[in-house]
Write a protein that binds this ligand. Structure first.
Ligand SMILES: [Fe+2]
Ligand SMILES: [Fe+2]
Length: 271
């Protein structure tokens, strides 16, 4: 099967790129499953029920979140009726929603999607490694799940690499989100798990991590509170990773995808 993971969708620019381009990508690239990180899809902060539905309508099979999960308070409520929306698994017990979901892909495959937050330079969370281990053990690859995707939403590449090596050979893909900048270390690990430290964002890269440049430039230099962060409104680059997954659920190849906007384009030759 062929799976596409798209990085954090940032604001209207990111959403427009997803709704305009994803349906064509699903057809042209013969995608069996699409997972999208949606934590910044509502004006840069969180997600609404309408936007969640918009991402599904565009072709997403599952939407993951991160440290911005609850920026739109309605997410605390609608997540319980949104079976394809997954928030970090290592929130405290009692947090609304789910940290893992077994979703049916376009080809009928059962895909386990787990979202987890790192702890290095991030909020204090429960142990991310133990939390993911529990989910993978509950739905093992090849027995319950046909493919397993782990979205590690974290700042530090070292923490993401540890998660990759810990799960190597037991999941299809360990992919980093949160930094909004794609890394060039996409490859298949020794045990057959596809890996990339960060997939980047679906947003306007003529920006500071998706936000209009003016306020970050002012705030970092002047060190005073003031203006608001607003999502940059130029044409977005859709940034993702295409993963080829074999019958055993392990990865055989990866191809980075960058379409539209200011980033160097790549990945469309993969049909
Ligand atoms: Fe993000
Ligand atoms: Fe984040």
């Amino acid at each position: 099967m062929r799976l596409l993971f798209l990085g954090d969708v940032v604001g209207k620019a990111g959403r427009t790129a997803v709704t305009e381009k994803l349906p064509g990508l699903v057809a042209d690239l013969k995608l069996d499953c699409v997972v999208i990180n949606g934590e910044n899809s509502a004006h840069g902060f969180g997600i609404t029920e309408a936007i969640y539905q918009e991402l599904l309508d565009a072709g997403a099979d599952c939407v993951t979140l991160g440290n911005h999960s609850w920026d739109q308070r309605e997410a605390l409520v609608f997540i319980d009726r949104a079976p394809r929306l997954v928030r970090p698994v290592n929130y405290p017990a009692g947090t609304p929603g789910r940290g893992a979901a077994l979703v049916e892909a376009k080809n009928g495959a059962q895909v386990l999607v787990v979202n987890v937050m790192g702890r290095v330079f991030m909020d204090a969370m429960d142990d991310p490694f133990a939390a993911v281990e529990r989910e993978v053990e509950a739905a093992p690859l090849g027995r319950v799940a046909d493919a397993i995707v782990v979205d590690i939403h974290a700042e530090a590449t070292s923490e993401k690499q540890v998660m990759g090596h810990l799960l190597d050979g037991r999941v299809s893909l360990v992919i980093g989100t949160h930094t909004h900048v794609p890394t060039a270390d996409h490859h298949v690990l020794a045990g057959g798990t596809a890996y990339q430290s960060d997939v980047g964002m679906c947003g306007d890269y003529d920006s500071v991590i998706g936000m209009d440049k003016a306020e970050p430039l002012r705030r970092m230099r002047e060190k005073t509170p003031g203006g608001k962060f607003e999502p940059a409104g130029g044409q977005a680059t859709l940034t993702g990773l295409i993963v080829e997954i074999g019958a055993n659920g392990l990865a055989t190849a990866v191809t980075p995808l960058r379409v539209g906007g200011v980033l160097e384009q790549t990945g469309l030759g993969r049909a």
